[in-house]
Ligand binder design. Structure first.
Ligand SMILES: Nc1ncnc2c1ncn2[C@@H]1O[C@H](COP(=O)(O)OP(=O)(O)OP(=O)(O)O)[C@@H](O)[C@H]1O
Ligand SMILES: [Mg+2]
Length: 222
């Protein structure tokens, strides 16, 4: 195992994986970037991964999602393969070098994605069992209206392709997206209870959420 020495000289025998889980618009990327900055300033080596980010499939998934409507099982397996590629080529190496790996969405986000589309839990869990279990998984949760408002103010609109086109076909976009957020978060909360995720409500200021995240993170790295 590689070793990494932080700024204050503490020894980390091996790296850790910390995942930030949540529906789109929950604040995953915002808080992950802030956490990355904090850890780097503390002297840690940090690597980031994320859903739909592998060299192998990341761009392919984005592109193809715009061309055809995938069947949900195919899309789930594509996301899982994308994650497997990142674990194989990025995460293992980083962990062996004592880095902290931050995941912008990881197995529990994917699980909530699949369960809110009615995929069978036992099968989903079995497929995802290849993934290295995170040392800490944080679920970001906010009221549906807050999430929808954040998505609209960030992107100027709800993008049906980014926001679950498969679930948005028959209703107006606002209602379908809101229903999707509600169902996703219901599943994520149940997953959080079952798998011991730390839940943080994000309908408070950025600074307060950041502070909560740091305190959980310090619990696993110090
Ligand atoms: N704690 C917070 N308080 C207020 N606004 C927030 C907070 N967290 C995130 N936001 C805002 O909400 C919007 C969505 O956040 P962000 O892009 O981080 O979400 P995401 O979960 O990464 O979504 P996506 O799936 O689109 O990548 C951004 O405009 C961000 O500034
Ligand atoms: Mg994001």
């Amino acid at each position: 195992m590689g070793k990494f020495y932080g700024k204050r000289g503490e020894k980390v025998d091996k790296g850790v994986i910390i995942s930030i889980e949540g529906v789109e618009g929950s604040g995953r990327s915002t808080h992950l970037q802030a956490l990355k900055k904090y850890l780097e300033e503390e002297g840690y080596g940090v690597t980031t991964i994320g859903l739909q980010s592998s060299e192998l499939l990341g761009n392919v998934i984005s592109q193809v999602k715009r061309d055809i409507v995938f069947q949900r099982i195919t899309l789930f397996l594509a996301y899982a393969t994308d994650l497997a590629d990142q674990i194989e080529y990025k995460v293992k190496e980083a962990l062996n070098s004592g880095f902290i790996v931050l995941a912008d969405g990881y197995i529990y986000t994917l699980m909530a994605w699949a369960l809110s589309r009615g995929l069978e839990e036992e099968w989903v869990t079995k497929v995802l069992s290849f993934a290295i279990k995170p040392d800490l998984a944080i679920a970001l949760i906010a009221p549906t209206r807050t999430i929808v408002r954040r998505v609209i103010s960030k992107n100027g609109k709800i993008d049906p392709l980014a926001s679950s086109v498969d679930l948005c076909i028959n209703r107006d976009l606002y209602t379908s997206f809101a229903l999707h957020v509600k169902s996703f978060q219901k599943h994520l909360l149940r997953i959080a209870e079952g798998y011991g995720l730390r839940v943080i409500k994000t309908n408070k200021s950025f600074e307060e959420v950041h502070k909560d995240i740091i305190s959980y993170v310090n619990g696993v790295i110090k």
